[in-house]
Write a protein that binds this ligand. Structure first.
Ligand SMILES: C[S@@+](CC[C@H](N)C(=O)[O-])C[C@H]1O[C@@H](n2cnc3c(N)ncnc32)[C@H](O)[C@@H]1O
Length: 413
């Protein structure tokens, strides 16, 4: 892709006028939340289950917007962060926050992703969220990122999802037909018009749900973006494979699995679970119909990270150390019969995705301390291993499916 192409210039001008996310000048609460060591470890092992926890990572935030690179620098002072963005306004906001928080571990440059190799460094982790779908040639962007990823590095990619955004694309077409521009007056007018949208329009459920529509910058970003495409699950897999990358996992996997929520109960459940795994994800995306964005973790094809995936088919799971994920809560009210608690990951948006547990499962869950392996938990609770093995295995598998835990496995790479 030519970084001077007309579309790239349009995208640059758009994000200069409407920096995204809307600029903030205080990230004290964000920094405070990330003081929690458990949160850091869960985040690390989401990316690398077989590596020992470490802090001194080199991290690229590609298309960092106004604050994402700063957040990475704040949450892990021992990491070295490089932020790049095509928009000068976004870079300036990032620099202001860097100064405010005295972040010596952050460098920021105005640079298009396709020229990232000019930095002449490679990275352990790359975050590129909400960016590549705005490039005229996303494949070229992803290949450029692949080329600066260390062999055992991990990439967090987030791109828009096709079906959940049908209403967004309808209103984008509508705005084009009417010649709505990204001026203040046109955006206000558009926002007021949207308040009259019929309640059964495909965009209607998103208007209240997405933070995007609550600000002018957000509304412009969603509906007036000069360049925006989306991916179905199969298109997404083609996209990452085409760049020499392999899928590791979804950042939040429950919404893609036939083992979670209402999908468990449907008559097609067995047929779904018999499909090859990528087709399961594709079918669940079609059935749910509401996935708005895909957020995944990928490795280089030649990475050792792919050597052993999380698996419950042999006995390795007994040595996995479960680590609680952030934003999970235990609810004790309005429980169904025989349940003692309901586990919810608050980052899930589908209301059917929650895990109901009974007394013995609750004891197992309470024993998760981010230090001990599943077999040690079984011993600590004095459970008869032979009698309970299958039950315990199923429970930890479900905790993992439902994004309640990640695992630290014993295989050191
Ligand atoms: C929707 S914002 C997302 C910002 C940030 N990643 C986040 O999640 O908060 C998209 C950002 O990508 C940047 N961008 C778009 N095209 C780019 C390119 N070719 N190279 C680098 N940055 C780009 C825009 O300037 C904008 O700041």
């Amino acid at each position: 892709m030519n970084p001077n192409s007309a579309t790239t210039k349009q995208v640059e001008a758009f994000y200069n006028a409407h920096p995204y996310p809307p600029p903030v000048d205080n990230l004290d609460n964000y920094r405070q939340r990330w003081q929690d060591q458990g949160r850091k470890e869960a985040d690390f092992h989401l990316y690398w289950h077989a590596h020992p926890y470490k802090e001194n990572l080199s991290v690229l935030v590609a298309g960092c917007g106004t604050s994402q690179a700063v957040k990475h620098a704040l949450r892990n002072p021992a990491n070295h962060i490089v932020g790049i963005d095509i928009s000068e306004t976004s870079v300036q906001h990032t620099k202001k926050l860097k100064e405010k928080y005295k972040l010596d571990n952050l460098d920021v440059y105005q640079l298009p992703i396709t020229r990232v190799s000019e930095l002449e460094c490679t990275f352990d982790k790359i975050a590129c969220t909400g960016v590549l779908h705005h490039l005229p040639d996303p494949d070229a962007g992803l290949r450029a990122l692949h080329n600066v990823l260390n062999p055992e590095g991990a990439l967090n990619l987030m791109v828009y999802a096709t079906y959940g955004r049908v209403g967004v694309y309808m209103l984008q077409d509508y705005a084009r037909l009417l010649g709505v521009e990204d001026t203040d007056d046109d955006i206000s007018d558009f926002a007021n018009t949207l308040m009259e949208l019929p309640p059964n329009h495909p965009l209607a459920p998103l208007l209240g749900q997405l933070p995007d529509f609550r600000t002018k910058a957000g509304l412009a970003d969603a509906l007036l973006n000069p360049q925006d495409r989306a991916y179905t699950v199969p298109q997404l897999f083609d996209f990452i494979h085409g760049a020499g990358l392999s899928f590791s996992r979804w950042v939040r996997q429950a919404a893609y699995l036939p083992h979670c929520g209402l999908l468990r109960e449907i008559p097609h459940n067995t047929r779904l679970t018999q499909l090859p795994i990528e087709e399961q994800y594709a079918a669940v995306e079609l059935f749910r119909g509401t996935i708005l964005r895909h957020s995944l973790i990928a490795y280089r094809n030649d990475s050792q990270n792919m050597r052993e995936a999380i698996d419950f088919d042999d006995d390795r799971w007994e040595d996995y150390i479960p680590i609680r994920r952030a934003r999970t809560i235990v609810v004790k009210e309005n429980l169904p019969p025989n349940a003692t608690a309901v586990l919810i990951n608050q980052s899930h948006t589908d209301t059917d995705i929650y895990l109901t547990i009974n007394a013995i499962e609750e004891r197992l869950f309470d024993a998760v301390d981010n230090q001990h392996s599943i077999i040690e938990i079984i011993k600590k609770l004095k459970l008869d291993k032979k009698k309970n093995k299958s039950f315990v295995r199923t429970f930890f598998k479900r905790l993992w499916y439902y994004d309640q835990v990640v695992f630290r496995t014993t295989l050191d790479i």
